[in-house]
Design a protein around this ligand. Structure first.
Ligand code: SAH
Ligand code: SF4
Length: 395
């Protein structure tokens, strides 16, 4: 009935407002250095133009500065040689082009690299670079929050309370700093090979609980006059924040990965407690609505393989039933253990059987090879020490 549809839409809107209000409670500190200079990284093009207009700069200045920051990778105004010297000095007096500080960096036996980055207030988050099997390809896994409000049972980040959200500049800053480390400046254009060729929002935190900042960072990554990553090369992973999934699709159009992990509500309630709020039926309905999903752009369902918990043939068959008709692929993730984790990884035979059932139903079902396990850089192993900023509660 139309009335019911409107009521549901109003409910979604109310939920979205509630989520955004909560996001604001965990806002990052202002992006200013101790001397008061504003960090330009993370500002949208309009915000950058406004900041420059504030000190009397002409509108074309924003385009130049944008190019230097995101195309050339400059962090020093003195390098911005298309701007006259007095202009560069004016900019340097008021602004900085920041980077998160590299607290530690570790490289695993398989070349996966993990950084621990510190931000202005000392909060820290981890970023991982996963080199591709082919040369000149690789994924950067960035964090969106320090900690997480959700407590998925298998996830190391989930044992760390949410300290705060990261700002757009801190999110895109992780990518910029990783780029610095590999010296990949200026930005390769178009589809030319890139070492840092894809971005996955699969680090610490739930990106859809920090949507505005994540969206700001994603828009910067996609801007053709800077980094210029195509939206097909950016994937956001969510544990299933249903009311925000529509916005992600409509406003960003990037790839969506959904952390499914269980095919019955009783089990998913336990493994991914957010399921109590947004159960499987609602989650899959939101997936079916996700715009632009087609065979070319399939939704990825992530499914962690936990020995004796969710890895039976019956689970595989139910999974196929749930996603029937959806343009989807299933990424099977062998559980990556961490100190004190309560699960074991499914046997290779169980994973292979599960994959075969899903595959026979017409869904591609690659098994994600664990990368960087020796430095706790694999999926779900990220965790930092953090102080608590706000009070924790069900999100
Ligand atoms: N909060 C988002 C994104 C970060 S987690 C989400 O949950 O989707 C990125 C992926 O790693 C998710 O699919 C998550 O379920 C998975 N993951 C978490 N802990 C893991 C572990 N110990 N081993 C393997 N994958 C894990
Ligand atoms: Fe948070 Fe994702 Fe970890 Fe769940 S799996 S606790 S949503 S980071």
């Amino acid at each position: 009935m139309p009335g019911e549809v409107t009521a549901a839409a109003d409910l979604d809107e109310a939920e979205r407002s509630r989520i955004l209000a909560k996001t604001a409670r965990f806002a990052p500190p202002p992006a200013r250095d101790a001397d008061g200079r504003l960090d330009l990284v993370g500002l949208s093009r309009a915000e950058l133009a406004a900041a420059l207009a504030d000190i009397g700069e002409a509108p074309f200045r924003a385009k130049q500065v944008w190019h230097w920051i995101y195309y050339q990778g400059a962090t020093d105004f003195a390098r911005m040689t298309t701007i006259a010297r007095d202009g560069r000095e004016r900019l340097a007096a008021r602004f900085v082009v920041g980077r998160p500080r590299e607290a530690t960096v570790q490289t695993a036996a398989d070349s996966t690299r993990k950084w621990l980055f510190s931000f202005r207030d000392g909060q820290q988050a981890e970023t991982v670079y996963i080199p591709g099997r082919e040369k000149d390809r690789g994924a950067v896994c960035v964090s969106s929050q320090v900690g997480c409000t959700l407590s998925c049972r298998f996830c190391h980040t989930g044992t760390q309370e949410l300290a705060r959200n990261l700002g757009a500049g801190e999110i895109v800053g992780q990518f910029l700093a990783a780029r610095d480390a590999y010296g990949e400046w200026p930005s390769p254009q178009g589809e030319t090979p890139r070492l840092l060729s894809t971005v996955v929002l699969m680090g610490m935190g739930e990106p859809l609980y920090n949507f505005e900042a994540v969206a700001g960072a994603v828009r910067i990554l996609m801007d053709p006059e800077g980094i210029g990553l195509s939206r097909r090369r950016i994937t956001l992973s969510t544990s299933g924040v249903v009311p925000m999934m529509d916005r992600c699709g409509a406003e960003l159009g990037i790839n969506l990965a959904v952390s499914l992990h269980a095919v019955r509500d009783e089990l998913r309630d336990e493994l991914v407690p957010l399921n109590r709020k947004y159960p499987l039926r609602e989650l899959l309905t939101a997936c079916r609505r996700y715009p632009g999903s087609s065979n070319a752009r399939r939704i990825t369902f992530e499914y962690i393989m936990l020995k004796g918990v969710n890895d039976s043939d019956a689970d595989a068959r139910e999974l196929v039933r749930l996603i029937a008709g959806l343009p989807a692929k299933v990424n099977l993730i062998p559980f990556n253990p961490w100190p004190g984790s309560p699960f074991a990884t499914s046997t290779p035979a169980a994973v292979a059987r599960f994959a075969a059932i899903v595959n026979a139903a017409g869904f591609s079902s690659p098994v994600r090879a664990p990368r960087g396990r020796d430095i706790l850089a694999a999926c779900g192993q990220l965790r930092t020490a953090s102080g608590r900023q706000g009070t924790r509660g069900a999100a």
